[in-house]
Design a protein around this ligand. Structure first.
Ligand code: NAD
Ligand code: IPM
Ligand code: MN
Length: 352
């Protein structure tokens, strides 16, 4: 059988720490499940930018296009403005490969303490479908008259019918396959163009999914309700920015940024999808060897799932679940332990 070809971009900060720690483990999981993959490492990121003035080469996307999938660590560096680094590497990949479904599961695992009182194992289990190619991230706008009193900055959000329908439909499909509950998050009380349009699309697509119960929430209320009643959510669908914000809330109520995985999915095989932990480069802990590698491991599980390698995907997900449920297992400081990145991965390898 052919090996999969996977591009690995460790990136900045703790990105290389968690990516390199997890690679031998995920290779074990593949071997155990009877397949293999080759990785090609791309040392693209801010070190390259500081050296050569670019985050990735001009033909970066071309070079990635032949791969079955992409794994990314994190992007962001204290010495370079974030809009430069993110628009130089992460965002062009999501957009260039039309990875329009950003899938972000939030699960409260056994053994993890939620900051929310009374919430225990399994009480929180929802997935956010974040629109990933347009909306507030469309880069439509400009800045004029710098330094003058009448300086103006415009940043428009772009919502197309194609872009909105496809993420909404993907979320309905997910809800139909899960608990049948979809929450659409907007701000249509204030944003009467884009968000009322979004509401209309939700209403239209809903007719294709009579089994799915639809709830609408304004984003401010959604932020509150993720804290007040997270057990009631199943699938949430939101615009690019709202999905970004809500998934940090989701990560925190389920224990840590260090446990939150994500997939940037282009659903057919014409372009590769990209998987990455939700967290960033975490400059506050870089080099300490304590970054939690589990968001990375769970993101690899999502990558294998997307490739149809369910056995390896399940082995990784179950390995993490079992480890977290085990009081004696090593854990990193973000989830209450004292262990390092490598100890956590070594323990996981012994469980596979
Ligand atoms: P961050 O996710 O890097 O860190 C937020 C907090 O969570 C920090 O206290 C950090 O120590 C902690 N944390 C994150 N990941 C952790 C892990 N695996 N284990 C333990 N603790 C972890 O967010 P930030 O501080 O807002 O951003 C830092 C940089 O990362 C910025 O440059 C930002 O633009 C960038 N960023 C990149 C991505 C990405 O590449 N996808 C995502 C978010 C932020
Ligand atoms: C994320 C990050 C990125 C986003 C940033 C770094 C551009 O916060 O993946 O959640 O907003 O998508
Ligand atoms: Mn984010």
């Amino acid at each position: 059988m052919d090996a999969y070809e996977i591009a690995v971009i460790p990136g900045d900060g703790i990105g290389p720490e968690v990516v390199d720690a997890a690679l031998p483990l995920v290779a074990d999981a593949a071997e155990e499940a009877g397949f293999s993959f080759e990785t090609t490492r791309f040392d693209w990121g801010t070190e390259r930018y500081l050296d050569r003035g670019e985050m990735m080469p001009d033909d970066g996307l071309d070079r990635l296009s032949a791969f079955d999938s992409i794994f990314l660590g994190a992007v962001g560096h204290p010495e370079v403005p974030d809009h430069v680094t993110l628009h130089g590497l992460l965002l062009p990949i999501r957009k260039g490969f039309d990875q329009y479904v950003c899938k972000r599961p939030n699960v409260l695992f056994e053994g993890i303490e939620s900051p929310l009182r009374g919430y225990g194992s399994g009480d929180i289990d929802f997935v956010v479908y974040r629109e990933n190619t347009e909306g507030e991230y469309a880069s439509v706008g400009g800045r004029e008259h710098r330094g003058f009193d009448h300086e103006t900055a415009v940043q428009s959000a772009l919502f197309t019918r194609r872009g909105t329908e496809r993420i909404v439909r993907a979320a309905f499909e997910a809800a139909a396959a899960r608990e049948g509950h979809l929450t659409s998050v907007t701000k249509s009380n204030a944003q009467a163009h884009s968000m009322v349009f979004w509401d209309d699309v939700v209403e239209e697509v809903a007719t294709e999914f009579p089994s799915v119960e639809v709830e609408r929430l304004l984003v401010d209320a959604a932020a509150m309700d993720l804290i007040r009643r997270p057990h009631e959510f199943d699938v949430l669908v939101a615009s690019n920015l709202f999905g970004d914000i809500l998934t940090d809330v989701g990560a925190q109520i389920t224990g840590s940024m260090g446990l939150a995985p994500s997939g940037n999915v282009h659903p057919d095989e014409s372009s590769p999808s990209m998987f990455e932990p939700v967290h960033g480069s975490a400059p506050d802990i870089v080099g300490e060897g304590v970054a939690n590698p589990l968001a990375t491991v769970l993101s690899w599980s999502m990558l294998f799932e997307e490739l149809g390698e369910t056995r390896a995907a399940d082995a990784l997900w179950t390995g993490v679940t079992d480890q977290l449920a085990d009081d004696d297992a090593p854990r990193t400081p973000d989830i209450g332990g004292t262990a390092g990145t490598d100890d956590v991965v070594a323990d996981l390898r012994s469980r596979l």
